[in-house]
Design a protein around this ligand. Structure first.
Ligand code: NAD
Length: 392
């Protein structure tokens, strides 16, 4: 039985209290595996019996998102491009699948650090695809993209082959969409020119336990404010609509999709088709958390600066995904909100403020804050000082 996370006081967004399944013999690489979606995926792959290698530089991901000790998990704390060089042998030997989720994510991060974000999203993907395409037996590769790729298209619902519509390059927020579009072009180019077996997954708003609001993610930000009894801030007039899908549904479908041979070379929307206005989302958060707080409307410009363009509506057509792998989300939005709130509360009870940015944590090798009693910090330091390679 595996039932002890790194620090038992730290609540995890996933259950690890399950019998260790038989090894599948599959070796799988997950970049960004310590992140929100990545860590849920890693748990599913471990449950499938896979040998999992994670590459994550912990820029927005967290070591505590993953089990500290698992006989089939290897964690490499590094940039993707660095790890490809420093662990070339381990990363070339019999990889069966690669899930490339590492990216600079979140409007706040993209607008705040556009250079790092653009470079991360393009150069890391380019390095990974180039390295994988040179292997004698290239693995199947899933490249994470985003609904942002559709830009400000008003042609709802968004279909994979739709035209995309972007704003001017003077507006920083479009750099994320464009960088992900370049990733898609690269992935499809490697598929057609080098026969790399690639699937592109365009995620729409993915939410659930384990997501933090530091970088502009709306749901955890609203929930954290409601739990603190503060006003929940809705940006704009609140009439904009989004479709939220639980991370447990999203992460669960990825291995199914990558295992589906006809999916190779294609792009898939991944998300829910159920729309909700952001005002209604805020009301649902207040109701489910039993908060007496109010909704406060803030102009986008006050949050992200002048010229910020938000989209009125964003809704996927998921018929291609449903036809390919029978995708049908199981988690209701109310349940997702309740579970995310429970996860944030559990963190607070154990002394962890999940909404704190990683800036509050010590950087690798910086030796910061050694006397801290914060379990996240202790765990982070422990992981940063060694790379975990455990026997299978
Ligand atoms: P996340 O920030 O939790 O995960 C990204 C992970 O990548 C983090 O763990 C981060 O530390 C890591 N990372 C960043 N740069 C890296 C680098 N150079 N080398 C190694 N690791 C690096 O965000 P997430 O929500 O889990 O997003 C995962 C993927 O899904 C991303 O590619 C993102 O663009 C895509 N996506 C997510 C959503 C969503 O709603 N969450 C929507 C659309 C697309």
């Amino acid at each position: 039985m595996i039932d002890s996370p790194a620090n038992p006081a730290v609540p995890q967004a996933h259950s690890v209290r399950e019998a260790l399944p038989a090894a599948s013999g599959r070796r799988v690489l997950v970049t960004g595996g310590a992140g929100f979606i990545g860590s849920h995926l890693v748990f599913k792959l471990l449950q499938r019996g896979d040998q999992v290698i994670v590459i994550d530089n912990l820029s927005t991901g967290r070591a505590v998102n993953l089990p500290a000790f698992h006989p089939r998990l290897t964690m490499i704390v590094a940039d993707v491009s660095t790890a490809l060089l420093s662990h070339a042998a381990a990363l070339s030997d019999g990889l069966h699948e690669v899930y490339h989720l590492a990216a600079a994510v979140g409007v706040g991060l993209i607008v705040g650090k556009p250079i790092e974000s653009i470079e991360t999203n393009i150069t890391q993907t380019a390095a990974l695809l180039a390295a994988l395409s040179q292997l004698r037996n290239p693995p199947r590769v899933l490249v994470a993209s985003s609904s942002e790729v559709y830009g400000k298209s008003t042609s709802l619902p968004f279909r994979e082959d739709d035209d995309v519509v972007y704003g001017p390059t003077t507006v920083a927020r479009w750099s994320y969409a464009m960088s992900k579009a370049v990733d898609e072009h690269l992935a499809l180019a490697y598929a057609s020119q080098r026969q790399l077996p690639v699937v592109v997954a365009r995620f729409f708003n993915t939410v659930g336990p384990g997501q933090v609001g530091d970088y502009g993610m709306v749901l955890p930000r609203l929930i954290a404010a409601a739990l603190n009894g503060q006003a929940v801030a809705v940006y704009g007039d609140g009439k904009q609509t989004r479709c939220f899908c639980d991370v447990r549904d999203v992460s669960g479908i990825l291995p199914v999709l990558l295992g589906h041979t006809p999916a190779l070379g294609q792009i898939f929307n991944i998300g829910s088709e159920q729309s909700i206005t952001i005002s209604d989302l805020a009301r649902a958060v207040l109701r489910i958390t039993h908060s007496a707080g109010a909704i406060e409307y803030l102009p986008h410009a006050a949050v992200y600066g002048p010229g910020f363009e938000d989209l009125a509506h964003r809704r996927p057509d998921t018929s291609r995904l449903r036809a390919a792998v029978s995708f049908s989300p199981q988690w209701s939005l109310d349940q997702t909100i309740a579970d995310t709130a429970a996860w944030i509360i559990a963190g607070k009870l154990s002394g962890v403020d999940w909404q704190q940015g990683n800036d509050a944590l010590p950087q690798m090798g910086a030796g910061a804050d050694e006397g801290s009693s914060n379990p996240v910090v202790q765990n982070f330091e422990g992981l940063a000082t060694r790379e975990r390679e455990l026997p299978s």
